[in-house]
Design a protein around this ligand. Structure first.
Ligand code: ARG
Length: 276
């Protein structure tokens, strides 16, 4: 029988155990406007934030992943966003250098954690916000610039880790980090094309012909700030269309509510550093 006219089968997805680093949100607050989501006049419910963070951590553990935690430092309101602390690969870490002064002191705290955990750790020589702007897809590392991370840091990470870096320019201030504009899903991605400069969009179209394009509505729920382990996609519960899209591509959506953190422009992925 000819199969020429059958639709391509949905790929079989498999989870692999991951190691994550998270920071409890005991100092979490929105005290300045570091991105368009942040409005210091909108109060944060810290008890609810802590509850949402604990559910996220417990969700990872229930999925079979290991979660380490770093001690929060008092008066660092964004330290909960552990993904920004640096980038780790094959025993080496490049620690962050934050663009906004309100986050500067986080860099030393994360660098100390990486060093104590046994990573050969160097400080970034240019503005660099870690996994917020660096995402691993298969053999390459996609790297955002335009708002926070400087392209010089992309080059430093390539030198230090030996990774192949693909630099992508971000253009929408609401999607100021790569991890709110794009989400790795196994060997493909989901993304918001409008968040990228023309050349970056062309690069992504060429590399990932089966990429999922999210709706503007889901992107604004920070749907792309999701985390995939090869099978499960932990994503914000409000992003229902995105959940249906990943399910149609063979993944299992795992919805969580991280609404308090959206008030700071953050979500699932920002709160989770992956120790590659
Ligand atoms: N308020 C934080 C900032 O503007 C949010 C960081 C979110 N992290 C992320 N990886 N997108 O720096």
């Amino acid at each position: 029988m000819s199969t020429a006219f059958l639709p391509a089968p949905t790929p079989v997805r498999t989870a692999t155990p991951r190691r994550y680093l998270m920071c409890p949100p005991t100092s979490f607050a929105v005290t300045y406007t570091g991105n368009p989501w942040m409005d210091p006049s909108t109060p944060v419910d810290r008890d609810l934030a802590l509850h949402q963070w604990q559910v996220l951590r417990d969700t990872y553990r229930a999925l079979g992943h290991r979660v380490a935690t770093i001690d929060p430092v008092a008066d660092l309101p964004d330290m909960v966003f552990a993904a920004n602390g640096g980038f780790v690969r094959d025993g080496r870490a490049v620690a962050a250098r934050f663009r906004n002064p309100q986050r500067a002191a986080e860099a030393d705290a994360y660098a100390a954690w990486y060093a104590a955990a046994g990573y050969a750790t160097v400080a970034a020589e240019a503005p660099f916000e870690g996994e917020g702007d660096l995402l691993v897809v298969g053999d390459v590392v996609l790297a955002g610039h335009g708002f926070r991370t400087d392209p010089r840091a992309h080059r430093q990470v390539a030198e230090v880790t030996g990774a192949e870096i693909v630099s992508l320019e971000l253009v929408d201030p609401r999607y100021y980090h790569l991890d709110v504009a794009l989400c790795p899903l196994g060997d493909t991605i989901a993304y918001l094309p409008a968040a990228f400069a023309d050349a970056a969009r062309a690069e992504l179209e060429g590399r990932y012909p089966d990429a999922i394009e999210v709706t503007e509505e889901d992107a604004a729920w920070l749907a792309l700030n999701a985390l995939c382990d090869g099978l499960h996609v932990v994503l914000p519960v409000q992003a229902e269309t995105f959940a249906a899209q990943v399910a149609a591509a063979g993944f299992q959506p795992v919805p969580v509510d991280v609404s308090e953190f959206r008030k700071s422009g953050g979500g699932v992925k920002c709160m989770t550093a992956e120790l590659h």
